[in-house]
Design a protein around this ligand. Structure first.
Ligand SMILES: [Zn+2]
Ligand SMILES: [Zn+2]
Length: 911
């Protein structure tokens, strides 16, 4: 028998086994046309990413499901890959250039993109290496990247298909605009946070009576330069008589009309609001309804343009300050209130978002959403936990068109070509001083051609001066195709036929809209099939106080640090154990002790078993030896518990309750196998002498120990892949690895409720007698005698047959068992159900000393009790103190009473 190191050291084994698995090709599926595949596509981490706890949780969940199904003999594919992450990656490379004093424009588009690819080659693999550290059993031979040629072809194909169906259009809109990144952001990419700001009250004079006017309130005064109306609610008595009256826009001196619209909130500010169609989404909608024109006053970088008069060239906030001074001088700034308001920020660079007028490409989502709503309503796609179904449906029912163009360089180019002649003419005609809203771009008039390759000439004017759209597509426009583009779509590949639709998508709730919903839409539209049957939504990782982990807050726990200190298995097990389905995870470093302690427990128990058994025995639960021969109560009990645990774990995994599954194994292995079974058979296993009075044979006990340990390792393997492989390899086996051996089967014939009930009695007896030892401070070396009074012969037989267990584990001397024995004098009693255990204390402990100790304790506790009771009787206390304090005092009173009662009972026993 090979020596087993005394202390478990994860470092020595984890890399070794990962390398072994990878080299043996175990991560690749064994395609069997007669079996249905189980497929998961990884939520592709950003290529810029480094592993954080959110990834760790997400990927460990997936790896558990994958390893579990693989052991069940199902052909499994876990398809990995990364996302090109448009803005994020471009930012990283731009920052790198900035350190050399360069901007991307200095390099030009082509050179810049080359740099990004270079960066990807150097650093893009970081997260993949880290996923391997985590033990992820992905099929790396199928690794994909959203900008791979085949995935890019799928993206282009989809754009053209939707365009031809009239589901992609170019239009004007108010988009969330990040002036720093200079790109449009989707609604979901705009992160709203409450920030303190001001509400400025500005007076707009009447045209016919400039001394008087209407006061409007705004948080963004600089946008007033683009105002084209003032609006009030028609039901607002303060203003209804003024509707139709003309105003003079201060500074700019444009004439505005007062309009009425029911959408105006009379409660906000003064009840009169300025209307700035090109800089506010609500105002844009108002302008469309009331046929107002729009004026753009800002450049894409957030500086003011020529429409801003004297403020041209200033930054938006600089302009705000200058404008406020000018208004004040004219006596038009009435007041400034402090105002907490919710402002969108760029999810990448946290710059304040500017609602901005621009032309973009859009996907019409309403018609596409319909089938995606239906499949979820019909239960063809199921959410776990189910409460996310409603969230999904609500969002889908109110879905808005999706702005898919981004003004950056890194990403999929849009297959649209602009005739330089027609487009310029079209824009100058439509973006003149005041814009008709909405600006509907007619692709034909504007000379826009959507095509996979450059068109020969403009179909409109015949010009050959055509340029491809400079924008790229939103990153999610490739991610929404991920479940099938990675399998070869649009080609009808073998992989697509065999592995699609996928089985489950495992993801955090943050990206249900960004990603999950859109994948269902795309799957149905392009493959005619749902992309996955189940969606398992997990929570996000927070710190101990419930705050989201972020680098800027400094509350991040790095999974790789945890792996260094605790080991990968400990990280995996701990994080799963505390992740209740769908709930957020509150993490601190201390929580990884659970996993580490468990790993140590597994190691020590395995070491004990393997060192004490010469044979590297591999007994399966089917073994004749185990079913028929000579099994003791403890043997049958642990086998019954094991088979129950297997069933429980399977059921929990089926229902995506991975934490419950982990907990079931933990409870079984630690508190039943280690705490009880191993302890019960230890004397037998280690003894040189033949079996004792329990009738248990050494041979059988060894077989049971081996079998339970080996089975437990398989049951635990998906959760703790490394330590289980290390231990499992020490058994004789046919398969070359635990990860491809079979999953334990629950064997109903091993279930035995009677045995479990009997064992409860024995465990109860041992616990009660051990309590006597601790209550009376009996030294561990001291044996004592016990008289056991049982209610009937059933118990007499049970206890007699299993006396050796009780004797060994409690270090007892003489044991007498009898039916309804008379309670002797001077004994302490422990009651277990209907059984009474009498222990004569005389001669074991110093009775006089114990009496003194007990009396003193009673005295002390009584003093505290009296003081507490006095306080509770005090009316001024009960009237004034908070309910919480009173409740606590009452609880304490009850506890003290109970403790005193027990002590008095024990004192009585000594008399
Ligand atoms: Zn930004
Ligand atoms: Zn043209």
């Amino acid at each position: 028998m090979a020596e087993i190191p005394k202390v478990y050291d994860p470092k020595n084994i984890e890399d070794k086994w990962y390398k072994f698995w990878e080299e043996k090709g175990f991560f690749q599926p064994n395609i069997d046309p007669h079996k249905k595949a189980y497929t998961i596509v990884i939520p592709p981490p950003n290529v810029t990413g480094t592993l954080h706890m959110g990834h760790a949780l997400n990927n460990v969940l997936q790896d558990i499901l994958i390893r579990w199904k693989r052991m069940k003999g199902i052909p499994v594919l876990w398809l990995p890959g990364t996302d090109h992450a448009g803005i994020a990656t471009q930012n990283v490379v731009e920052q790198r250039l900035a350190r050399q004093g360069l901007k991307r424009q200095d390099l030009g588009r082509e050179k810049f993109i080359e740099q990004v690819w270079q960066w990807k080659k150097e650093y893009g693999n970081t997260i993949v290496t880290q996923l391997k550290k985590l033990g992820c059993s992905c099929d790396w031979s199928r690794e994909s990247f959203t900008l791979d040629d085949k995935l890019s072809r799928a993206v282009q194909d989809v754009f053209i298909r939707l365009y031809k169906k009239g589901l992609i259009y170019r239009g004007s809109f108010i988009v969330n605009w990040c002036p720093r990144c200079q790109t449009a952001l989707s609604d979901e990419e705009a992160q709203y946070q409450d920030i303190p700001g001001n509400l400025y009250y500005i007076k707009y004079p009447f045209k016919d009576n400039p001394r008087q006017g209407i006061t409007v309130a705004t948080t963004r005064p600089e946008t007033m330069l683009g105002d084209t109306a003032v609006a009030v609610n028609p039901a607002d008595n303060r203003y209804s008589h003024l509707v139709g009256k003309k105003l003079i826009l201060p500074i700019i001196n444009r004439t505005l009309e007062i309009i009425a619209d029911k959408a105006i909130d009379s409660e906000f500010g003064t009840g009169a609001v300025k209307v700035t169609p090109c800089h506010d989404p609500n105002d844009y909608a108002l302008a469309v309804t009331h046929h107002l024109k729009g004026i753009v006053v800002m450049n894409p970088d957030g500086t003011m343009n020529s429409q801003a008069g004297n403020y041209q060239g200033m930054d938006r906030l600089e302009c705000r300050e200058a404008l406020l001074i000018d208004l004040k001088e004219r006596g038009l700034l009435e007041k400034v209130d402090v105002h907490q308001h919710s402002v969108g920020h760029c999810y990448r660079c946290h710059t304040m978002i500017e609602p901005y007028f621009s032309e973009q490409w859009f996907v019409k989502m309403k018609p596409l959403a319909k089938p995606a709503i239906k499949v979820v309503k019909q239960g063809k796609v199921k959410f776990y936990p189910g409460r996310w179904t409603k969230v999904y449906l609500d969002w889908m029912n109110n879905i808005r068109d999706w702005c898919i163009s981004r003004q950056i360089w890194w990403g999929h180019r849009i297959p649209a070509w602009f005739c330089q002649d027609c487009y310029r003419k079209y824009l100058s005609k439509h973006l003149a001083k005041e814009i008709e809203l909405p600006l509907e771009i007619s692709d034909k008039q504007a000379g826009i051609v959507v095509s996979a390759s450059r068109p020969e000439k403009c179909p409109n004017c015949g010009s050959k001066d055509l340029k491809q759209d400079g924008d790229v597509l939103d990153t999610w426009f490739s991610s929404w195709l991920w479940p099938f583009s990675t399998l070869g779509w649009p080609e009808d590949t073998d992989d697509l036929k065999y592995f699609y639709p996928t089985s489950v998508l495992v993801t955090a709730y943050e990206i249900i809209f960004f990603w999950v919903a859109r994948m269902i839409v795309a799957g149905l539209e392009f493959t005619g099939s749902i992309p996955f049957r189940d969606v398992y939504i997990h929570g996000i990782v927070r710190d101990e106080t419930g705050t989201k982990m972020s680098k800027s807050l400094g509350n991040v726990i790095d999974p790789l640090d945890i792996i260094k200190v605790f080991g990968t298995d400990a990280l995996r097990f701990s994080i799963i154990l505390i992740t209740a389905t769908g709930q957020d995870v509150y993490l601190s470093e201390g929580k990884f002790n659970v996993g580490r302690n468990f790993a140590n427990k597994i190691w020590n128990a395995s070491r004990f078993i393997l060192m004490n058994i010469e044979l590297p025995s591999h007994q399966t639960l089917d073994s004749e030896l185990l079913i028929k021969k000579n099994l003791s109560l403890a043997d049958r009990w642990i086998l019954s518990r094991l088979t129950k645990t297997i069933k429980t774990v399977d059921d929990y995994l089926e229902g995506y309750k991975l934490n419950e599954a982990a907990n079931a194994i933990y409870e079984f292995f630690w508190h039943q196998f280690c705490d009880w079974y191993i302890e019960l058979v230890k004397p037998l296993i280690t003894a040189k002498d033949p079996p004792g009075a329990t009738g248990q044979s050494k041979e059988v006990a060894r077989a049971v120990l081996c079998s339970v340990l080996e089975t437990s390792m398989r049951l635990l393997h998906p959760f703790m892949p490394f330590i289980t492989e290390e231990i499992w390899q020490r058994f004789s086996h046919q398969d070359s690895s635990i990860m491809i051996t079979s999953w334990p089967e629950s064997k109903p014939k091993l279930l035995d409720e009677k045995v479990e009930g009997d064992m409860d009695v024995i465990v109860g007896e041992i616990t009660a007698l051990r309590n006597i030892r601790s209550t009376w401070n009996i030294s561990p070396r001291q044996t004592f005698d016990v008289k056991i009074s049982v209610p009937g012969s059933k118990y007499e037989k049970l206890l007699s047959e299993n006396l050796e267990y009780i004797k060994n584990l409690c270090r007892l001397g003489k044991i007498t068992i009898g039916k309804a024995l008379k309670k002797p004098q001077g004994v302490t009693t422990a009651v277990v159900g209907n059984i009474e255990n009498y222990v004569l204390l005389e001669g074991i402990i110093d009775i006089a000393k114990e009496k003194k100790r007990l009396s003193k304790q009673i005295e002390e506790l009584s003093f505290h009790l009296a003081r507490g009771q006095k306080r509770l009787k005090n009316k001024s206390f009960t009237a004034k103190a908070p309910q919480e304090i009173i409740d606590r005092a009452r609880k304490r009173e009850a506890e003290l009473k109970e403790k005193i009662g027990i002590l008095k009972y024990h004192l009585e026993e000594l008399k």
